[in-house]
Design a binder for this molecule. Sequence first.
Ligand code: IMP
Length: 428
Amino acid sequence: MAAVVIVGMQFGDEGKGKITDYLSERADMVVRYQGGSNAGHTVVVGGEEYRLHLIPSGILTPGKICVIANGVVIDPAVLISEIDGLASRGHDVSGLRISPAAHVLMPYHRRLDEMEEEARGANRIGTTRRGVGPAYVDKYSRSGIRIADLMDEASFKRRLEVVLEEKNTLLRRLYGDDGFRFGEVCEQYLGYARRLRPYVADTVPIVNEAVRSGKRVLFEGAQGTFLDVDHGTYPYVTSSSPTAGGACVGAGVGPTVIDKVLGAVKAYTSRVGSGPFPTELTDEMGSRIRDKGKEYGTTTGRPRRIGWLDAVMLRRAAVVNGVTALAVTKMDTLAGIGTVKICTGYRTPWGTTTDFPATPDDLASCEPVYEEMEGWRDEEIASASSFETLPTAVRRYVSRVEELVGARVVLLSVGRDRSRTLCLEDVF
Ligand code: IMP
């Protein structure tokens, strides 16, 4: 099988970057299909840590084509610093391809993200303040600037002139901000254009041709199912479609070409930003897992909210994404904490249920029903070299997740480094 979507089944930060990096060795192409530099993918290879926001994690494996497709919004400054950072560490970035249809994140998007968040006060979403939401707003209101415009000086200036006047009026009148000068933005962005031009290519035929000729193509989702603008806990969501369907729209491939959907699941749950979170642990256990799992945002450094694994959410995610297999990450983080818990249902004002509630307000009123399971120790998991050599308690946990979600676990991450990944079944 050739075309595989990797999708987050929780609130993002499930370890998709690590899974993509691990699978890249056997893939020919990795495609990022949505989101922007709000995403942060941490990958550890041979003890070296990489933090990527825009370039697909596949770039760390030599010889792979890495596509930033139509559905992504690109902050050129972030992308250029990622290219330079990788090059300075000896990585070849010549396999990068950027879609001319991808939208460009402008300085006013970042400023508006900050101003809007401040104005929301106690109702703030907790965005990453990278300007991603406002960039998607412009895309859908048809006042966005695309990479193709950026590559054409006249077109860029024409579009910027109109949009900037509108944004400056908004910033000045509504937020008392000074706004931006046309000349300065032009100079800065046309400089970015010169740097990015070698990588720009129509990615739709590139991706479709790879799929048609049987190449192994990974579609790398950013964020997670419950941050999806249609399927997440709205309004506490991101502004794009991280779910598997988003891969088709964002990359320009038909749904019939997707062979498999690999759901990335962290062994517990984490969330950055506001919004309902039924299994959240606000006690000592939450802090322990946060510290052990280094659960601080890759993009913002914010401490992540921590909770037990929630199988009700995972079942919903499996359906929404058409998940065919699971990759469970961070099993090592749960080691050494004694008994572990899995939420199997919700106690609600209208009775106990195993169904995911229809609205985020309903979700906020849910009390988790837990099943307790025997835990495992650090040294037991650290020495395991295959699924069979893992402690029985780990194997029981994995089987229970499979039962509750209704999908096979094919990859298991038992440590930060790429080498600490156990493959139970071939993903391709
Ligand atoms: P935005 O995408 O920056 O607009 O933020 C909207 C919500 O999505 C906030 O709760 C963010 O913390 C969350 N979010 C955005 N990107 C990520 C990510 O890559 N991982 C985890 N949470 C994210």
